[in-house]
Design a protein around this ligand. Structure first.
Ligand SMILES: Nc1ncnc2c1ncn2[C@@H]1O[C@H](COP(=O)(O)OP(=O)(O)OP(=O)(O)O)[C@@H](O)[C@H]1O
Ligand SMILES: [Mg+2]
Length: 106
């Protein structure tokens, strides 16, 4: 199951995403959370300390390769998880995409 949450600013996207992810993980589902916001703060809602996120590397530019049929990953998903994800207290795995220095809460 893939769930994407989008909407206007300050409408509760991060709160709903984090809560849903934590409930599903507590029920035993494998949950991968991706915070694609340019000002990411989903980690906080998932119970992951900000300093733990800040020390993670962001996704490298060469992770995608163009081919005649489209684009493909240059690493396996397991490799990406190992190097660019953090797991919260309920077992939700958060993929680190970017963390600009000015990031704050929503
Ligand atoms: N159901 C709710 N009832 C009351 N307040 C809420 C509710 N859901 C979220 N909030 C509060 O509203 C504010 C905005 O929530 P949140 O950060 O989840 O929104 P967002 O859509 O992710 O915002 P942004 O567009 O800035 O990323 C926060 O202070 C949050 O605590
Ligand atoms: Mg948000």
């Amino acid at each position: 199951m893939k769930v994407a949450i989008a909407g206007k600013g300050g409408s509760g996207k991060t709160s709903i995403s984090g809560t849903l992810a934590r409930i599903l993980a507590r029920r035993g589902r494998h949950v991968l959370a991706i915070d694609a916001d340019s000002n990411p703060n989903l980690a906080l809602t998932l119970g992951i300390p900000a300093e733990q996120m800040g020390s993670m590397p962001t996704l490298p530019r060469d992770l995608l390769r163009r081919t005649d049929s489209g684009t493909e990953l240059t690493k396996t998903l397991d490799e990406v998880y190992a190097s660019h994800s953090v797991t919260g207290p309920d077992g939700v795995r958060l993929l680190v995409m970017a963390h600009p220095q000015h990031a704050g809460t929503g």
